[in-house]
Design a protein around this ligand. Structure first.
Ligand code: SDX
Length: 431
């Protein structure tokens, strides 16, 4: 925890209160209001947490004005170009880039946790075939609490580490099983001879009836998509995991809560919503109609994949994703994919429009990811599950950091109450 080097003064009803101001390694200072209610008898008010730091962290830093994203200090574009997902997982979990031998051991550990308990297969059969894979994932991941009792004691660092490894390793298996179940194909077991991304493609697209070899360029694109979604500071789903964990709930239940929150179209569900929007627009000539709707206060329509609470510049992940979309679609011989053309023209027109410029709305991570995923063969319903597979390491890293923090206490916000003051009960015959 950092020490206050200056103070802010609040004057209220003729009295002044000095509040410590804490300075970060980089980014905005924070006014420490932990003692405000005790001193001044007032709450602060910030629904949506637009100006509120809920914790301190050393994992990820975002500069929204510059469009900068650092994981343990390393820029996301460098990690996407030079690293691979399990190395980024190690970096997020442990804080440093691993040596070759440490990375090899870590990869072996994760690889050997990729199978799920055989009895868990039964859970899938309780769902309708047309259940959204996110519904299945919330259920099955939550049910891991019923199987892995030897890694639910959050006060045991070794159990916390095993739970972290199990979740990172088993999430792709569970997501792939949810997909296979939804299309009526048999589950494919993980293969220890494949790397993380290739193994995920294998579990999704292989069938027992024939050999399947994932194209190395598609595996690389999959790995890069995993890197780009791994962590993102205190976003809604990560904050959900932190709040759930603050009560002492087991890690599997907390990650299931994170999956549930990520599903929303304003958050991780935007990649599915964005592709569905691009399909609804259909052709470039219909873009102006949708731009007008996005700007119309009386129309609830928003450009999915556009805008961000923190980025008021390009989301650096979207820039990498756009490059990857060009590469993957060219490899697949679908570079003239009409959806990609609509997306690029929509981005060009929107960025020239003063509404988007004035509100600083730029493409975010979800704008191009769906185009790549659809070209790779995934249905739109699998886009958010893939986001959840990747974000599991971010949720778990933030969870580990919070649990290990001696200041950790249950999260319990207050409110601005606007309801009735006390009044006597009225018997039904008198109402
Ligand atoms: C993710 O937090 C994270 O880090 C999330 C994430 C991560 O990695 O964890 O980055 C992943 O969730 C990316 C965002 C994916 N969601 C979408 O693409 C959905 C579309 N975007 C919006 O719903 C919106 O931009 C949010 C939810 C992303 C951000 O909303 P904010 O910060 O609460 O901003 P806001 O809703 O207050 O909007 C500010 C203004 C409003 O206009 P005014 O009321 O000021 O007149 O901008 C407008 C909004 O109407 N606006 C949009 C818009 N997004 C905001 N107008 C049209 N289209 C949009 N997409």
């Amino acid at each position: 925890m950092t020490e206050a080097k200056k103070t802010a003064t609040l004057t209220l009803d003729g009295k002044s209160y000095d509040l410590p101001v804490l300075s970060p390694t980089t980014g905005p200072d924070v006014v420490d209001i932990r003692k405000l209610y005790a001193q001044a008898g007032v709450f602060t008010y910030d629904p949506g947490f637009t100006s509120t730091a809920a914790c301190d962290s050393t994992i990820t830093f975002i500069d929204g004005d510059k469009g900068e994203l650092l994981h343990r200090g390393y820029p996301i574009d460098e990690l996407a170009a030079k690293s691979h997902f399990l190395e980024v997982c190690y970096l997020l979990l442990y804080g440093e880039l691993p040596t070759a031998s440490v990375l090899e051991d870590f990869e072996k550990t994760i690889t050997r946790h990729t199978m799920i308990h055989e009895q868990m297969h039964n859970f899938f059969r309780g769902f309708r075939r047309d259940a959204h894979p996110m519904a299945t994932m919330v259920g099955v991941v939550g049910a891991m609490s019923a199987f892995y009792h030897d890694s639910t004691d959050i006060n045991d660092p070794r159990q916390r580490e095993i739970a972290s490894h199990r979740l990172i390793a088993k999430m792709p298996t569970i997501a792939a099983m949810a997909y296979k179940y939804s299309i009526g194909q048999p589950f494919m077991y993980p293969r220890n001879d494949l790397d993380y991304a290739a193994n995920f493609l294998h579990m999704c697209f292989a069938v027992p009836a024939e050999q399947y070899v994932a194209d190395p360029i598609l595996s690389r694109a999959m790995d890069r998509i995993f890197i780009l979604h791994a962590d993102h500071e205190q976003n809604a789903s990560t904050s959900t995991v932190r709040l759930a964990s603050s009560s002492g709930a087991n890690p599997f239940a907390c990650i299931a809560a994170g999956i549930a929150c990520l599903w929303g179209p304003a958050h991780g569900g935007a990649n599915q919503a964005c592709l569905e929007m691009l399909k609804e627009i259909g052709t470039v000539d219909r873009i102006p109609e949708y731009i007008a709707r996005a700007k119309d206060k009386n129309d609830s329509f928003r450009l999915m994949g556009f805008g961000h609470r923190v980025y008021k510049n390009f989301d650096p992940r979207a820039t990498v994703m756009k490059q990857s979309a060009d590469e993957v679609l060219e490899l697949l011989g679908v570079e003239n994919n009409p959806l990609l053309q609509v997306a690029k023209e929509l981005e060009r027109i929107a960025l020239q429009d003063e509404y988007f410029a004035e509100k600083k709305l730029f493409p975010n991570v979800d704008f191009y990811s769906g185009i790549i995923l659809e070209a790779m063969g995934f249905p739109t319903s699998m886009f958010t599950p893939i986001f959840a597979v990747s974000r599991t390491v971010g949720w778990i890293s933030q969870w580990k950091e919070m649990i290990a923090d001696p200041q950790n206490k249950i999260g319990r916000p207050r409110q601005l109450y606007l309801g009735e003051t006390e009044r006597p009960y009225v018997d039904i015959e008198d109402r």
